[in-house]
Ligand binder design. Structure first.
Ligand code: PLP
Length: 447
């Protein structure tokens, strides 16, 4: 229909992560409303949102308390900024809340609007600190192949995925990517998981030594890689990597944008893996994505020199119009309150065994090559010789799941599962029943 939402969408809207010329042929899927773990499209078809949107809608769709919190703040003070010594209640309260929740000592919270901006801001803080410490040569940043840290110029450079670099002239100079800790695909013949974990740390150290340790400022990593395919690091990985960073005086930035607020079965991935980051970047489940907001937590090691430098030059010359937006901050505060009141971290721990059992069952299908996951995040990777191009089989399965009423996401041939944290055990079963049926559909088609 010429005037339908679909037609107008095709005509006017350039979509993210979409082949622009194929958008019409693929047919836009227009979502209209949501309730709990479900979303409904504009034809009234119901889907289980198996990705919690973009790994983010912790409380599910339709949590009225978040809407009420937004409305209250809208009516009281819809906007104020946080520049030049000014502020407001919600940002002060949220900063205090996040510092108090941090699993390692953190000094300050800084607010941004997206995960990408949080990581860009982290790089700027780190560079500013190097200048403050009179180490202007210490500017290089190491992240990992298949890591995902966002899409702004610096964050896209940190990201270690070809789609985020190709045709953008990225990564920018001074950003290096070390080994992806994916045991199945990266191990050498006969290498044990423990040996592989040690080798990842050795690769990192070799890169640091080759480049000159005095030139490396920071290492960025997700506790569990998300968009790179849900890669849970092998046993011993973090225990081996962190001492290398410490030895060479390199800051550690834990990108908790997906892992933060319960996803891995602890409040933060930092706790699940005993990390000691200097900076944590947070977003997504911080507000259940009801409002765009992100934050950085910085420890004294970072904050001290940054404060000294801004005193010396008179300003920390950074900030966004939306930094600490009062409506977004009020929603985040209410969201965190609900996560704590309902003890969703304990809920994730209670549900995770069933989630992992069903994930592994799907991973035992003839088309599957691996299941991997932790807490309430997982992926099953598939392969078939008739569809050798990366993503061809994954795309087929993803489409079959959508037809069956399940939203997943294929990262290449790995299908991800990251439902709202409020999911119930019987809904975990429903989700994987749909996934199994969809895989059976595709298996039937390709024989
Ligand atoms: N970091 C991680 C780990 C992410 O998964 C994402 C987004 O998926 C980002 C950063 C970027 O966040 P945003 O899309 O809000 O810029």
């Amino acid at each position: 229909l010429p005037n339908s939402i679909e037609a107008r969408d095709v005509a006017y809207h350039l979509h993210s992560y979409t082949d622009a010329r194929k958008h019409e042929e693929a047919g836009p899927l227009i979502m209209e409303r949501g309730e709990g773990i479900h979303v409904y499209d504009n034809n009234g078809k119901r889907y289980i949102e198996g990705m919690a949107g973009l790994w983010s809608v912790a409380l599910g769709f339709g949590e009225k308390r978040l809407a009420d919190a937004a409305m209250r703040q809208m009516e009281k003070l819809p906007y104020y900024h946080t520049f030049t010594h000014k502020g407001h209640g919600p940002s002060a309260e949220l900063a205090e809340k996040l510092v108090s929740m941090a699993p390692v000592p953190m000094s300050k919270a800084y607010f941004t609007n997206s995960g990408s901006e949080a990581n860009d801001t982290a790089i700027k803080l780190i560079w500013y600190r190097s200048n403050a410490l009179d180490q202007p040569q210490r500017k290089k940043i190491i992240s990992r192949v298949k890591g995902y840290h966002g899409v702004t110029l610096a964050a896209a450079s940190l990201t270690g995925l070809p789609n985020n670099h190709r045709s953008f002239d990225l990564p920018m100079d001074g950003v290096l990517h070390t080994t992806c800790p994916h045991y199945r695909t990266m191990k050498k013949d006969g290498e044990s998981e423990a040996d592989f974990a040690s080798r990842c740390a050795a690769d990192l150290e070799e890169m640091i030594v080759r480049e000159g340790p005095e030139t490396i400022a920071a290492f960025f990593a997700e506790p569990v890689m998300g968009a790179g395919g849900v890669i849970v690091p092998p046993q011993g990985y973090w225990e081996a990597v962190q001492p290398v960073l410490k030895k060479h005086g390199i800051l550690f930035v834990a990108d908790e944008v997906i892992c933060g607020f319960g996803r891995t079965g602890r409040m933060f991935g930092t706790e699940t893996f005993n990390l000691e980051p200097d900076i944590m970047t947070l977003s997504k489940q911080l507000s259940s994505s009801y409002m765009p907001i992100s934050a950085l937590l910085v420890n004294e090691n970072v904050y001290g020199p940054v404060a000294d430098e801004s005193a010396r030059i008179g300003v920390w010359g950074h900030g966004y119009t939306g930094s600490g937006h009062p409506v977004a901050a009020a929603v985040a505060l209410e969201n965190l309150k609900i996560i704590e009141e309902r003890d969703l971290v304990a809920h994730v721990q209670a549900i995770s065994p069933r989630f992992m059992e069903r994930l592994n069952q799907l991973g035992a299908h003839g088309l599957a090559v691996e299941a991997r996951g932790i807490g309430l995040i997982g992926a099953v990777e598939f392969a078939h010789e008739s569809l050798p191009n990366a993503g061809a089989l994954g795309g087929r399965i993803n489409k079959a799941m959508q037809e069956r009423g399940l939203i997943s996401r294929n990262m290449g041939d790995a299908l991800a599962f990251c439902p709202p944290l409020i999911i119930l055990e019987k809904q975990v079963d429903e989700m994987f029943d749909l996934a199994e049926a969809a895989v059976a559909d595709v298996a039937g088609e390709i024989g």
